[in-house]
Ligand binder design. Structure first.
Ligand code: TRP
Length: 451
């Protein structure tokens, strides 16, 4: 006999685990540098609009599919479409996207772990100029042993948590990690905004200069909303499949989206006021936090301590995201092929780590190896984030908005939402049918260079 499918131990456990998937390097590493490169407050405003119009409705749709079918992405589409191969293929595309994203995301997660050790070792203590930290970053990210070592170590951590099972592993971990993460960010925000000279940084984040908003920036903001919320590949779908039907999807999802957005906004307040206080340029690109933060902390009383906290925080945030990526793949293989969870977690973790090694070497030994002008790292990121996620998200919106019988969509949505005003479900249906697909289509066409 099949064992009964595991479920989240509590409503808050689901919300924290899903928020843990969403909150990660996307919020703390990528969001600040995108804000820094696109002029600050105005970009943030556009990002927030994208989260509301695209992110929230598609997140509800994904969780709804998962909760209704109680299956992995492929199995969910099989159940809801009576085995339609096209839609099952979309589910499979999500699993593939998870594989690719995890392979390179884990590399940066490994860096953050490495920076915890560097910080503990006091390697940044004597640095005065951000340039010195920049040189150290270039040196470390080019080192084969350092990159591959931490990459493998981080994968081992991820596998360990998946190994422990859904409710025991992810939920227990998230219950501890998420509030701790939030607390650490708040401490760092307070530290940042109380530094002398922080005011221009605060203004940078609050006073919108709309001349900075180009069509490109709008599309970047849309793409970031997608990535940051873990949308488009069935991660939220899988987490939704462990959810009880008694729960209110709209309020749970709003919490997840709200927490993810709040943490991104806080990450901005953690970095820019301090950065301006140091008189540094905001447009630092992807190296922003690795180049800047180690030195910024030297200007802060207790900087040694705060720096260690920050990189622990970053590693924890990345860990709750890598867990969700591996869980999608694991639940697919466990549900579809009845493999053992423990074995799948170890074997897939190993394969993904192996597949990620070229990405880990992309900043050093293999930086000259290019495919279509891109390093392995850039290519993986391009294929996964710029092609697979937008296609997946668009299909999820189209499926729920147009192909799933609208009677059952409404019934399923309303299950567990007795107290919800009618106009909210009506608004959601409008967004998922019209607004979200059109906007996602625009992101996708822009990213592959047609628009
Ligand atoms: N959202 C995570 C972040 O912001 C990354 C992530 C985890 C993700 N799971 C995902 C992105 C699934 C896309 C799809 O760091």
């Amino acid at each position: 006999m099949e064992k009964q499918r595991e479920q989240w131990g509590s409503k808050i456990g689901f919300i924290l685990a899903a928020a843990g998937s969403a909150v990660g390097l996307g919020n703390i590493w990528k969001y600040p540098y995108l804000v820094g490169e696109n002029g600050g407050a105005a970009f943030i405003l556009v990002y927030l609009i994208c989260v509301l119009l695209v992110g929230l409705p598609i997140a509800v749709a994904e969780i709804l599919i998962g909760r209704t079918a109680q299956q992995n992405p492929v199995g969910s589409f099989r159940i809801l479409t009576n085995g339609n191969r096209f839609w099952m293929g979309i589910g499979l595309l999500g699993v593939l996207a998870g594989f690719i994203i995890l392979s390179y995301y884990n590399v940066i997660a490994g860096w953050s772990l490495g920076y915890v050790i560097q910080s503990i070792g006091g390697r940044f203590e004597s640095m005065i100029h951000p340039q010195q930290a920049g040189e150290m970053f270039s040196c470390l990210s080019a080192s084969t042993g350092w990159c591959v070592g931490y990459h493998l170590l981080f994968m081992a951590l991820t596998v360990g948590i998946i190994y422990a099972g859904v409710t025991k592993g992810i939920e227990r971990a998230s219950k501890v990690l998420m509030p701790l993460l939030f607390l650490l960010i708040v401490v760092l925000v307070i530290r940042g905004i109380t530094l002398p000279g922080a005011r221009p940084g605060i203004r940078y984040l609050l006073k919108a200069d709309f001349s900075a908003i180009t069509a490109d920036a709008v599309l970047l903001a849309l793409g970031q909303a997608f990535f940051s919320l873990s949308l488009g590949m069935g991660a939220l779908l899988t987490y939704g499949s462990y959810m009880s039907r008694r729960e209110n999807i709209i309020t749970s999802t709003s919490w997840i989206v709200g927490l993810d957005t709040l943490i991104a906004l806080l990450a901005g307040f953690m970095i820019f006021p301090a950065l301006f206080a140091m008189g540094l340029e905001p447009a630092q690109g992807p190296a922003l936090i690795f180049n800047m933060l180690p030195v910024l902390f030297n200007d802060i009383p207790g900087g040694y301590f705060f720096r260690i906290l920050f990189f622990i925080l970053l590693a924890l945030a990345a860990l709750t995201s890598t867990i969700s990526l591996l869980e999608v793949i694991t639940s697919f293989l466990v549900d579809e092929y009845h493999f053992r969870r423990h074995r799948v977690a170890v074997i897939m973790g190993g394969l993904i780590a192996l597949f990620g090694i070229p990405s880990a070497l992309s900043f050093g030994a293999w930086s000259e190896i290019r495919i279509a002008g891109k390093t392995f790292f850039d290519l993986s990121d391009f294929i996964a984030a710029n092609i697979l996620l937008p296609v997946g998200g668009l299909c999820i919106a189209l499926f729920v908005g147009w192909f799933w019988r609208s009677g059952s969509v409404k019934t399923e949505l309303l299950t567990g939402t007795q107290t919800l005003p009618v106009w909210i479900s009506g608004l959601w249906i409008f967004l998922i049918r019209f607004i979200a697909p059109v906007l996602v289509l625009i992101i996708f066409l822009q990213k592959i260079g047609i628009l």
